[in-house]
Write a protein that binds this ligand. Sequence first.
Ligand SMILES: [Zn+2]
Length: 253
Amino acid sequence: MTTVEEVAPNVFRASGTDVNVVILRDGGDLTLIDGGYPGDVAAVENAIRSLGRRPEDVRAMLLTHAHVDHMGALVDFHRRFGIPVLTDPVEVAHARRDYLEQATPKDFLPMLHRRGVLPWLLRIARVGATKSVSVDDAVAFTDGVPLDVPGAPVPVPTHGHTSGHSVFHLPQHGVLVTGDALITAHPLSKIRGPQLLPEVFDHGHGDTLGALENLAVLDVGTIVPGHGPTAFLPIADAVEKAQTQTREHRHGH
Ligand SMILES: [Zn+2]
């Protein structure tokens, strides 16, 4: 079953496997932001069809970052329908897999005794978490200006989680699609609410915590993260919560 949440007019959150997909609708045309795992193709397609549209109606696919849980299903749509993939100029090479900034199964071995970790690993393995995926011809967008795609999202760089991670602002709705720069829940996290991903997932050379400063200044009251439920609160409050929680956690309190 595919559930689709309309978080603002013509802005939808759909679910892949423990990961979110965002659909922007402008009349008959759609933009996808992130696409779930390779095995989430059917879930994404069902979400699109539940809006009365077809995958062929997707005009552009935006990528917050090139991890397999965000890029996976996009690869299939890109190949089948030739839909362009757009991402940060720095992330283009990561999407091409010139290098890989992603945790591998062995990174999770020290956590296997923890509740929920093994079931999560098995769940994501079934949807292709260990598959190698790439997009050879992702297009670099320009940060800070509305993109000429349905929904006109504005990319905001948040380099840190990966070297070229970015988020997408929908100023007309006060919505921010935060990818993995800021999440609200994760199977490997004990807390709920705005937070950073556990450190094991971060691979960029940037400063994940510092990247949030770019977001706190935005006029946003609805946060659609890469993982976890939609959060309805001012982004500045969410950033403060995530920073506080991270500092407490990393200092072992
Ligand atoms: Zn992710």
